[in-house]
Design a protein around this ligand. Structure first.
Ligand SMILES: Cc1cc2nc3c(=O)[nH]c(=O)nc-3n(C[C@H](O)[C@H](O)[C@H](O)COP(=O)(O)OP(=O)(O)OC[C@H]3O[C@@H](n4cnc5c(N)ncnc54)[C@H](O)[C@@H]3O)c2cc1C
Length: 425
């Protein structure tokens, strides 16, 4: 029997999400931002602070997308190794630095805007599901040392019990640069900061058409009327719809699912992370990865890509509960009180992308690691539209695949392939 709170993010209980403007939509502004998640509201904040008239159009309630549904892990966030990024030259090197800069910007914004979001910098623990995966973690350790100059250390299998009671792993990488936060509170703080700076945020206002104006600029249509602007930013990530066929062909929306248990007593909470670091983020190395943490009220929040198939949520919650119990058998009998999901945007090169297509600015494709990066990309997009130079990674080649139009027909097959790899490697 599913709890009454099924299908509802735990984070929504503990926050007042802003409702948005109740004024009419202006007919003309400097910039229209489409999508009201972290990317959209940080861009709007930046533009408004620089004196630009800006509106954010959000199809659903503000923060409806991944920005209030994620696990709240903050980390540099790039899936590629330092070597792969170095091979891309200046844009790759700039992107490598972006992960760390994003982390720093997020910390600065929380302080500057006084965002109360349970931010805790207790590091990260990446657990190897196989010997082969442990080798990869050694490579990642070097990326942190050499590429980012950050501290990371391998925890051998024999010492794992000292850092977590998680079972079934071959060792881990403990990374200092890592934090967790309450994602919806962080979102609400950013959205309020954007509004306080003068941006106007419109909920339940989908962009339904985009036309180029003869004299330059764009007209964006919505059910509430249209708005004209010199610049448009697309900040729709895993929720990108058919309004942007060029972008839809380049991002692969993938569902990610989370369950949260009832509150754990101290003894059970200590199985997950040591009492001195309750804000620690944990994850494993599987392609079908699992990630977990404690919430500030001591629930285990456990997420994963339960399936590449669009499966029923109830089924996903069950799959996750089984995975959680295989890692922490001691939690048998603990109730699952929440389950929910959201969409992340993967890309064919597993890198985020920032650029312009036919004059429209975009920032998306964070591949499931966008809390820090979307904050950073949004802020940079706002600055770029306001006239600053773009970063060196702007306009990096953004690959698509033949026959791909935005419906990921190949995912079930890819999913089976990854499941097989997880078993053999
Ligand atoms: C379950 C889950 C767990 C995650 N965990 C982590 C984590 O721990 N750490 C991490 O770094 N990242 C994590 N992520 C990823 C992270 O949440 C995202 O990368 C980030 O929130 C992206 O922000 P965004 O603003 O770009 O997109 P979103 O927050 O997804 O916002 C896009 C918005 O665009 C709107 N939209 C779409 N089309 C239109 C339109 N035509 N008109 C108007 N609005 C439109 C949508 O309604 C949506 O609200 C997770 C994601 C999920 C789903």
């Amino acid at each position: 029997v599913r709890a009454a709170t099924a299908d509802r993010p735990l984070w929504w209980e503990d926050v007042e999400l802003p409702e948005g403007s109740d004024e009419g939509l202006p007919s003309e502004v400097d910039a229209v931002v489409i999508g009201g998640g972290y990317t959209g509201v940080t861009a709007a904040r930046e533009l408004a602070r620089r004196g630009r008239a800006v509106v954010v159009l959000e199809k659903e309630q503000l923060g409806y997308g991944a920005s209030t549904r994620n696990a709240g892990f903050v980390h540099p966030g790039l899936k590629a190794s330092a070597a792969k990024l170095e091979a891309k030259g200046a844009p790759g090197r700039a992107l490598l630095g972006a992960g760390r800069d994003a982390f720093a910007l997020l910390e600065r914004l929380i302080a500057e805007e006084q965002i109360d979001c349970d931010f805790r910098r207790d590091g990260r623990l990446v657990l190897a599901h196989s010997e082969h995966a442990l080798e990869h973690l050694r490579e990642l350790e070097r990326t942190y040392h050499d590429g980012l100059h950050e501290h990371a250390r391998i925890v051998p299998r024999a010492e794992l019990a000292g850092v977590t009671a998680a079972t079934g792993f071959h060792g881990a990488l403990e990374i200092e640069l890592g934090a967790t936060l309450q994602p919806a509170k962080y979102y609400a703080g950013l959205a309020r900061a954007a509004a306080a700076a003068g941006a106007r945020l419109f909920a339940h206002t989908p962009a339904t058409s985009l036309d180029r104006l003869p004299g330059g600029g764009f007209r964006v249509g919505t059910p509430r009327g249209s708005v004209e602007a010199r610049d448009v930013l697309v900040a729709t990530n895993g929720y990108t719809d058919s309004l942007f066929p060029e972008l839809r062909r380049r991002v692969i929306p993938i569902g990610s699912f989370i369950v949260a248990t009832e509150r754990l007593d101290q003894e059970r909470a200590a199985l997950v992370s040591p009492p001195g670091s309750p804000g620690r983020a944990l994850l494993d190395t599987r392609n079908f990865l699992h990630y977990w943490r404690l919430s500030s009220d001591s629930r285990l929040v456990f997420g994963g890509r339960a399936s590449f198939r669009p499966s029923a949520d109830a089924q996903a919650a069950e799959v996750l509960e089984q995975a959680m119990l295989s890692i922490y058998p001691q939690l048998r009998g603990v109730r699952i009180e929440y389950d929910w999901n959201g969409k992340v945007a993967f890309t064919f090169d597993r890198l985020p992308h920032f650029g312009r297509v036919r004059g429209v600015t975009f920032a998306l494709g964070y591949c499931g690691s966008g809390v820090g990066l979307s904050t950073y990309f949004g802020t940079l997009a706002g600055a770029w539209i306001a006239g600053e130079e773009p970063p060196a990674f702007a306009g990096m080649r953004f690959p698509t695949a033949p026959l791909y139009r935005g419906t990921p027909w190949f995912l079930p097959a890819v999913g089976l392939w990854y499941q097989l790899l997880d078993r053999v490697r």
